[in-house]
Structures are given as structure tokens and as C-alpha cells.
Design a protein around this ligand. Structure first.
Ligand SMILES: C[S@@+](CC[C@H](N)C(=O)[O-])C[C@H]1O[C@@H](n2cnc3c(N)ncnc32)[C@H](O)[C@@H]1O
Length: 193
């Protein structure tokens, strides 16, 4: 069974996937260059990496100077992430479909990263709005990476262009760019006040 077997695979499915040593879209220089263009680095900023997997992007955020909390509900992913301990980076177990992580500071996060995770959540559009309205500080940013699928396919793990376009209203600023084929990168900013 793979994470594409249903739209919201369980932690056990992800565990099996991670244990198999599978990797996702590996971070490359182009992605990082675009990221630094769209997300001015705030040294000491607070970042949350949801569905952090093996923590590769969390570690990148650490290099950029963020204090990072990665959340994932798959034990194998968390185990892999914790193999590389770094100061100011922690990996916590949390199922994003079960509400907000305990202790999350309201309106206190500078950057939320949601890389290759959103389509797997039960209610992606409602969830992303909640992040904007309750998690982010005024003017905080969100980085969302989503594989694009055609309207007539039902492949979980991706979203159609129309679904992706529906994510951006209500943000004070949004930029969509594509650095590799059929994957949408969104840089979203919440209103400053
Ligand atoms: C395709 S991987 C992406 C991992 C990482 N963000 C990256 O870019 O490499 C999706 C990750 O989301 C996690 N995930 C999926 N659904 C989740 C949920 N409901 N709560 C927490 N984590 C979840 C999986 O365990 C997996 O580690």
C-alpha cells in the first residue's frame, strides 16, 4: 500500500512508505533560490513545518535562521527526522486532521511550511484558512507545495488548478510559481493587521 491508496492515508501507511526509504520531491537549488526570493529570511523567526516527513525542509529552515517545529503523525518519519538533531529544531507527533497542535501560540508563527501535504488532509481549504486566521502572526507567511493534477483524475496527493486557485483568496498577497513540472509553489502572506 502506498500513500496514494486513498485520499487521507493513515499514519501506518506513511510509516510503511517511509520505512521503504521512499523519497518525495527532493529539495533542489532552484526551489531554495525561489524560496529565498519569496520568503525574506527572518533570523530568529518562528517556523512550523507541517507533515515534516524526514525533516529535510525543517533543517533547511534552521539553516535560514528559523526556530523550527516539525509536526508529523508518522512515527517512522519522526524517527528519521530526529536522527539529525539540531539546536532550535524539534519534531513532534501530531495528526493535523485532529485539530491544532497543543501549545501552538495563537497568531505567533512567522512561517508555516506545508510541502506536499495539503491534499492529504481531510479539509484542505478550511485547514489553510485556519492557519491564516489563527496560526500566523499578522503579515506571517505560508509556503505551500502541491502537485498539480488534471480535473478528470482522482489521484490523491495532488490538486487541480481550480482547487489550487481556491486557496489564495483572503490572503493579502499571493504568488504562484512553478519551478519544476506540474508542481505548484505558493507564497502566501496574511494581512499585516
Ligand atoms: C509526501 S510527504 C512530505 C514530507 C515533507 N513535507 C517533504 O516535503 O518532504 C507527506 C508527509 O505528511 C505526513 N502527513 C500526512 N497526513 C498527515 C496528518 N494528517 N497529520 C500529520 N502528518 C501528516 C506524512 O506522514 C508524511 O510524512
Amino acid at each position: 500500500m502506498t500513500p496514494t491508496a486513498n485520499s487521507s492515508p493513515s499514519a501506518a501507511v506513511w510509516d510503511a512508505w517511509e520505512a521503504d526509504g521512499r523519497s518525495y520531491y527532493v529539495i533542489n537549488d532552484t526551489e531554495l533560490m525561489q524560496f529565498t526570493r519569496n520568503f525574506p529570511v527572518r533570523s530568529g523567526g518562528i517556523a512550523v513545518d507541517v507533515g515534516c516527513g524526514n525533516g529535510a525542509f525543517s533543517r533547511q529552515l534552521h539553516r535560514f535562521g528559523y526556530d523550527v517545529t516539525g509536526f508529523d503523525f508518522a512515527s517512522t518519519a519522526l524517527h528519521a527526522a530526529r536522527r539529525t538533531p539540531l539546536p532550535g529544531v524539534r519534531y513532534l507527533h501530531h495528526d493535523l486532521n485532529k485539530g491544532d497542535p497543543p501549545g501552538l501560540p495563537r497568531h505567533g508563527i512567522d512561517l508555516v511550511v506545508c510541502r506536499l501535504v495539503l491534499p492529504f488532509l481531510n479539509e484542505p481549504t478550511a485547514w489553510i484558512r485556519r492557519v491564516r486566521d489563527l496560526w500566523l502572526r499578522p503579515g506571517g507567511q505560508m509556503y505551500v507545495v502541491i502537485p498539480v493534477i488534471e480535473g478528470d483524475t482522482t489521484q490523491p496527493g495532488g490538486m487541480t488548478e481550480r482547487e489550487i486557485a481556491n486557496l489564495t483568496p483572503g490572503w493579502s498577497h499571493s504568488v504562484r510559481y512553478d519551478v519544476r513540472g506540474r508542481v505548484a509553489f505558493l507564497a502566501l502572506r496574511s494581512a499585516a493587521t
